[in-house]
Design a protein around this ligand. Structure first.
Ligand code: AMP
Ligand code: MG
Length: 401
């Protein structure tokens, strides 16, 4: 059986980057930059005013005081977006607004609150330093400087920066399209009547939601009963339109587990099966040309853990991300965790205000505590983590506290 590290290394080694495409900026948030992006212009673009006030020559106001005010003649009114082509000469000034271009000749701006206006004569009662209330061209971003690198995620703030520097389109990696195929003759769509022996299906919505959080595009396919032909047909349909297929269920050793056989029958190659972890041992990785199958076990908890630790980093790698791991926070265990087994145990828990609470019973069919859990704790084989010990919480949901 492969260790989790080897499985992850093998899996990531087989993942190619999805192609880059140019998309309108509005379509890019959540994608990863495919190439470095430079600022084609200086920011600020031009010297401009930081205040609503008056553009002046600081030299004119050197001697200004409450007792000896200096009067300047207003010769221009420069609204935001307007350009005054003239020059402010000695003892002249211009009405100016936040973001307006600083006119030639002026080297400072006095706030409107600090002057007295008498028609076109403006009175100043104190000096102003050169460059006071002036934002200088290029002091924020120089034309040619890099604002994002390949592998950076297009966040809201990077999108705003790209927009501010004039990028209407941006080159990003395509979002992974992921088909979700759940197998199991016992499964019923939530909202439908539940016949005896049946259960409601809950893996596809779990995985689809986690996929959307990493900006993949899930396609939820119909439920598949446990037989070879239906499973082959479902995989054929899934792979025809998607780069990745995530199946759930049907990866164990029972005679009703058809995922591996169906995948091979449709021409797929099984890369590995079984990983030394708990829950999630029977995880399957298969390739179909450049496309991939991630076969998750059907228990929702096993599906969650294998998705987070194996499928998620693989999809993020394909999407062009640099950071593939779940975000981690350190926390203090409030109870002891013992693993007497031979496999790494990922315990679901809740990180809250720096403390880590185990989230209920840990059998892989127990889902009752999943609603309050937000992280996994890695307990190595044959080991124990003591109460009070600081450990890493691998978060699938960022805590609100
Ligand atoms: P399997 O991996 O197919 O052996 O399924 C393991 C357990 O998970 C069984 O109890 C199934 O009924 C349950 N199960 C399988 N698939 C799902 C699913 N999509 N939603 C909810 N439970 C499931
Ligand atoms: Mg099954």
């Amino acid at each position: 059986m492969l260790s989790l590290e080897s499985a992850r290394e093998k899996l990531l080694g087989s993942i190619k980057l999805l192609p880059a495409e140019r998309v309108p900026l509005a379509a890019a948030p959540g994608c990863f930059f495919a190439e470095p992006i430079a600022a084609p212009i200086d920011l600020p673009r031009f010297d401009n005013s930081a205040m609503d006030g008056y553009a002046v020559r600081s030299d004119d106001l050197k001697e200004a005081s409450a007792d000896a005010s200096v009067s300047l003649k207003q010769i221009a009114h420069i609204g935001a977006g307007e350009v005054f082509r003239g020059t402010i000469s000695k003892l002249e000034c211009a009405r100016i607004f936040t973001g307006s271009v600083l006119p030639h000749g002026a080297d400072a701006v006095v706030m409107q609150e600090d002057v007295t206006v008498k028609g076109d004569r403006i009175q100043f009662t104190e000096p102003v330093k050169p460059l006071e209330n002036v934002r200088l061209r290029g002091e924020d971003i120089r034309a040619g400087s890099i604002i994002a690198n390949p592998g950076d995620e297009m966040t809201a703030t990077l999108a705003s920066l790209a927009a501010a520097t004039g990028h209407g389109e941006i080159s990003v990696r395509t979002r992974p399209r992921v088909a979700l195929v759940s197998t199991g003759s016992e499964l019923v769509e939530p909202g439908q009547p539940l016949a005896e022996g049946k259960i409601y299906e809950s893996d596809r919505i779990l995985i689809a939601s986690l996929l959307r959080e990493i900006h993949c595009e899930p396609a939820i396919l119909p439920l598949v009963p446990d037989n070879l032909d239906s499973t082959i047909a479902a995989f054929q349909q899934a792979f025809a339109q998607n780069d990745f297929v995530i199946s759930t269920g049907g990866v164990s050793v029972g005679e009703l587990d058809f995922v591996k056989a169906a995948f091979e029958r449709m021409g797929g190659k099984l890369e590995f099966w079984k990983v030394a972890m708990r829950p999630g041992k029977p995880f399957v990785h298969g390739t179909f040309g450049d496309k991939h199958l991630f076969g998750l076990p059907g228990n929702p908890v096993s599906a969650l853990v294998t998705f987070l630790l194996l499928a998620r980093p693989a999809l993020l790698k394909a999407a062009g991300a640099r950071d593939l791991d779940l975000p981690c926070l350190e926390g203090e265990l409030v109870e002891r965790l013992v693993n007497r087994g031979e496999r790494r145990h990922f315990v679901r828990a809740r990180w809250s205000r720096g403390k880590i609470h185990v989230a209920g019973p840990q059998s892989s069919h127990m889902i009752g505590s999943l609603g309050s859990a937000n992280c996994l704790i890695d307990v190595p084989p044959q080991s124990q983590l003591e109460s009070g010990q600081l450990v890493a919480a691998h978060l699938w949901q960022l805590p609100s506290d």
